[in-house]
Design a binder for this molecule. Structure first.
Ligand code: NI
Length: 169
């Protein structure tokens, strides 16, 4: 288990379409464990493999709505379904450090996939957890939450982020 380096906006790996995982071997299990550790250390609420530089279909997310209490679970090849409703809420991302914006998401969704033993998993989520699931699955498609903003807002935010990240160098 290791704390992995978080890739930030501008890194091309965040824009790739993630590969489906055909075989859950030691490498994937190690990656998932390190992602959970990395998420804990950086106080993230959800992390997708591309954020640590691995373009594979794997996320770690809270297992229940009371995410502060819930244990984190790894989900292999996650798929969203039953997206319903629409709600605005604040969102941030470890790959876009120091920023948060209001993003429109579905209010309800179901996440299915496999656990690290290859068992089918299904988690039904509302509100905040549903938001986390949608955000993480977006990462696997190379989509960041800033892409979900209106074009004008997105441009404004991206400029501000570029300026900010340059100042930090
Ligand atoms: Ni994110």
């Amino acid at each position: 288990m290791a704390v992995l380096r978080i890739r930030t906006i501008g890194d091309p790996v965040l824009r790739e379409e993630s590969r489906k995982i055909e075989n859950i071997g030691d490498e994937i299990i190690r990656l998932a464990e390190s992602m959970i550790e990395t998420m804990r250390v950086y106080r993230g609420i959800g992390l997708a493999a591309p954020q640590v530089g691995e373009s594979v279909s794997l996320v770690v997310v809270p297992s229940r709505e009371d995410w502060e209490e819930a244990e984190s679970v790894a989900i292999v090849n996650p798929v969203l379904s039953r997206l319903k409703g629409s709600i605005m809420g604040e969102e941030g991302c470890l790959s876009v450090p120091g920023f948060s914006e209001n993003v429109k998401r579905s209010e309800h969704c179901v996440l299915t996939g496999q656990d690290l033993d290859g068992n089918e998993m299904r988690i039904e989520a509302q509100d905040f957890l549903a938001r986390v699931f949608q955000h993480e699955v977006d990462h696997l498609k190379g989509v960041l939450y800033v892409d979900r903003l209106s074009p004008l807002k997105r441009q404004f935010v991206l400029k501000r982020i570029q300026r900010e990240l340059k100042d930090r160098e």
